[in-house]
Design a protein around this ligand. Structure first.
Ligand SMILES: [Zn+2]
Length: 77
């Protein structure tokens, strides 16, 4: 998976989780708030799994990085 696409999906999951928490707060449903946190948490796991350098498998935090900070190879985003 391309880095930019992975980061976009991470953002969508994060935003979805945040929306669920907000709805939970609005309708005062604690279960929904917990669910939102679980969704947000899973976005970090997704990020950790897919935001990787294709050469050395090092973690890439920002899509703006042009080169891998771990091995120095050029990144395809
Ligand atoms: Zn690398």
């Amino acid at each position: 998976m391309k880095l930019r696409k992975a980061k976009r999906i991470v953002f969508l999951i994060l935003f979805g989780g945040f929306a669920v928490i907000m709805i939970g707060v609005l309708i005062k449903k604690l279960d929904l708030i917990y669910l939102g946190f679980v969704i947000m948490g899973s976005s970090f796991i997704f990020d950790f799994i897919y935001s990787k350098c294709p050469y050395c498998k090092g973690y890439i935090r920002y899509v703006s990085w042009k080169h891998c900070p771990h091995c120095g190879n050029k990144l395809e985003v």
